[in-house]
Design a protein around this ligand. Structure first.
Ligand code: NDP
Ligand code: PYC
Length: 344
């Protein structure tokens, strides 16, 4: 018999919210954290799905994230708004600030939101899609903790520093890309470690700076930026804009603060929203129609657009349910029953 359990999005959400509520998360934290984790499973993004719950619980237990805090919005009517997460999860801070960010971008053409003092572990596309749903283009980025060697370097310094972009499309899912600026997300390496599979070549170096395909050695050594010096430079930009510029921790500082990569990183996040209508005002052509010509030309060559796999997985999950293995169901049940006692 196949080892597959099918749950609806609502069923899985109920379980994950319950786990977090029992672990002491208040309503806003539990619901927003559960939402991104369930969205990860729904969209077949396993590196940021239910396996992250354990890390959340460990970070709560270590006292490095406040489970019962509410974020605070600082808005003076300008193009930059700030949300202090008060050492809670970034997801609750984003949920508070997103409507104000969207309103401001529609009004001014461009607006930015800095989230400070947050624990951040999630994929960025749920936030990008929140803004493309409002007809806005969006750019989101954050540091992580020092686990990636700069191109030409030999030791961890940069984070896996994700960057994501979204463009709204009429009558279709948005154009969205979202990736780590390392060759792969650290979550992917952890999943290889758990399944005992070798890494593809070129992902990481060991503690002596030698190339390795062993996930244990990679985790003890350093990951590599994608595209050599190009990924390294984009990753550095993320440190500057979403770390130094917003007055929050860079990846090396985030690692110093935690002292370990076994807990989820604490730092800030930068979200920029653009109104294509405002930028294109007075210029020839409709920006959305022109974008369609480009995107259709890309797809017309047989190239797949980023997020296409994810949207297909979402459609399947909404139709047939989210598939989890018995081991995953057991793990959820254990976390629900024993809460913070399941983690050290
Ligand atoms: P992937 O390499 O799996 O995917 C990156 C992007 O490229 C996705 O948008 C993906 O779309 C797209 N893509 C993949 N293959 C193709 C292809 N052949 N043609 C066109 N597009 C393609 O992502 P990563 O492993 O780098 O990152 C995974 C997640 O980890 C991200 O969501 C990121 O935000 C998150 N992350 C979070 C961190 C944090 O600190 N919070 C740190 C690092 C990563 P599709 O999904 O449809 O395959
Ligand atoms: O997968 O690289 C990663 C990651 C780091 C923090 C959250 N996700």
């Amino acid at each position: 018999m196949p080892d597959v359990h099918r749950l609806t999005v609502e069923q899985l959400s109920e379980i994950v919210v319950d786990i977090f509520a029992r672990a002491g998360l208040c309503h806003s934290q539990a619901h927003t954290v559960a939402a991104v984790i369930v969205a990860g499973e729904r969209d077949a993004c396993k590196s940021h799905g239910i396996y992250r719950i354990e890390g959340c619980l460990r970070t709560v237990k270590a006292g490095k994230v406040r489970p019962d805090t509410d974020p605070e919005l600082h808005d003076y009517g300008a193009g930059v708004i700030q949300v202090d997460a008060h050492d809670g999860f970034s997801t609750a801070a984003f949920a508070l600030g997103a409507p104000v960010l969207a309103e401001r971008a529609h009004k001014l053409g461009i607006a930015a939101m800095a989230i400070n003092n947050c624990t951040h572990f999630s994929a960025l596309w749920p936030e990008v899609e929140r803004l493309t749903d409002e007809g806005l283009a969006a750019l989101v980025m954050c540091p992580s903790y020092a686990t990636v060697a700069p191109s030409g370097g030999t030791a961890p310094l940069l984070g896996t520093n994700p960057i994501a972009f979204g463009w709204p499309r009429p009558e279709r899912p948005p154009y969205v890309f979202d990736f780590a600026t390392s060759v792969a997300a650290r979550g992917e390496i952890e999943l290889h470690r758990r399944t005992g599979t070798e890494l593809p070549e070129g992902w990481a170096i060991d503690a002596e700076g030698q190339a390795t395909t062993d996930p244990e050695k990679a985790l003890a050594g350093a990951m590599l930026p994608f595209g050599n010096h190009k990924g390294s430079a984009i990753s550095t930009m993320v440190e500057l804009l979403a770390g130094a510029m917003i007055g929050d921790l860079t990846s090396p500082e985030a690692l110093d603060y935690l002292g370990t990569t076994a807990l989820l990183p604490h730092h800030g996040e930068l979200i920029v929203a653009f109104s294509p209508k405002r930028f294109a005002a007075g210029r020839p052509g409709d920006p959305f129609a022109r974008a369609e010509m480009l995107l259709e030309a890309i797809a017309g060559q047989g190239a797949r657009l980023p997020s296409q796999r994810r949207f297909t997985a979402r459609g399947r999950a909404l139709r047939d349910g989210i598939e989890l293995t018995s081991a995953e169901m057991d793990s959820l049940e254990r976390m629900r029953k024993f809460g913070l006692d399941v983690v050290n």
